[in-house]
Write a protein that binds this ligand. Structure first.
Ligand code: SF4
Ligand code: SF4
Ligand code: SF4
Length: 196
C-alpha cells in the first residue's frame, strides 16, 4: 500500500468509526433510562448496615409499610418488643429505637401502624419483628426523595445479602407484596417527609 492509499484508507476508517461511535452514543442516550439504587426486601437480612453504611445521616433507607399485606394486629411483632406484657405505647414496650413507628386504634381489635420517616434511621428492627411474627408488611426501601444516587452505593458494597441493585427510575421501588404496583405508585407520588 503506498502512502497516499494508506492515508485515504485510514481517514475513511476514522470517519466510519466516528459515525459508528456517535451513532452508538445517540442510541444509548435515546434508549438508556436513568438507574437508581434499590434493595430487594425478599433478600434483606435486616443486618443493620442500611442504618450505618449510607453516606447520609440518617440513612436514605427507611422503613415503608405495605398496607395491603398488614393484618392490623393488636399484638404487632414489628411494634412491640417480644417480651412486652402490656400492649401500650409506652417507649419501653417499643422495638423501634426512635419511636418512628406509630400505632393508632382503628376498631376492635385492629390497629394501624404508620412510619414517621424523619425519625426512621433504617435500622430494620421493626422489619425483622414483622417478618418473624407477622406478615412481613414492614419493609426497608431506599427513599428516592433522599438518596443522592451515589455512583457506588456504600451500603450495596457491604450488604451481606447482595440485596442491592440498580433499577430503572420509572420503577424505583421493589416490594414484597400482593399489590405491588399501587403501593410503589403511592411511594413514588408521596413527597417523602424525610427531608422536612
Ligand atoms: S445491608 Fe443488606 S441485608 Fe443489611 S439491612 Fe441493608 S439490605 Fe438488608
Ligand atoms: S425500627 Fe428502625 S427501621 Fe423500623 S421504623 Fe424504627 S428506625 Fe425505622
Ligand atoms: S446510593 Fe448513596 S445515598 Fe443512596 S442509599 Fe446508597 S449510600 Fe445512601
Amino acid at each position: 500500500m503506498n502512502r497516499r492509499r494508506f492515508l485515504t484508507t485510514g481517514i475513511r476508517a476514522s470517519i466510519l468509526a466516528g459515525i459508528g461511535g456517535a451513532g452508538a452514543m445517540v442510541a444509548s442516550k435515546a434508549g438508556a433510562e436513568q438507574l437508581v439504587w434499590q434493595l430487594d426486601p425478599a433478600k434483606c437480612l435486616q443486618c443493620g448496615r442500611c442504618a450505618t453504611d449510607c453516606v447520609l445521616t440518617p440513612s436514605a433507607v427507611k422503613c415503608v409499610h405495605v398496607y395491603a399485606m398488614c393484618g392490623y394486629c393488636d399484638l404487632c411483632g414489628g411494634y412491640f418488643k417480644p417480651d412486652t406484657k402490656t400492649l401500650t405505647t409506652a417507649a419501653e414496650n417499643q422495638l423501634c429505637p426512635t419511636s418512628a413507628l406509630k400505632r393508632k386504634f382503628v376498631e376492635d381489635p385492629f390497629f394501624e401502624y404508620t412510619i414517621d420517616e424523619p425519625l426512621c434511621i433504617g435500622c430494620g428492627k421493626c422489619v425483622k419483628g414483622c417478618s418473624s411474627f407477622g406478615n412481613g408488611s414492614l419493609q426497608l426501601q431506599v427513599r428516592h426523595d433522599r438518596c443522592v444516587n451515589c455512583n457506588q452505593c456504600s451500603i450495596a458494597r457491604n450488604c451481606p445479602a447482595d440485596a442491592f441493585s440498580r433499577v430503572p427510575l420509572s420503577k424505583p421501588y421493589l416490594l414484597k407484596q400482593v399489590n405491588e404496583e399501587s403501593q410503589a405508585a403511592e411511594l413514588t407520588g408521596k413527597k417523602g417527609s424525610s427531608d422536612e
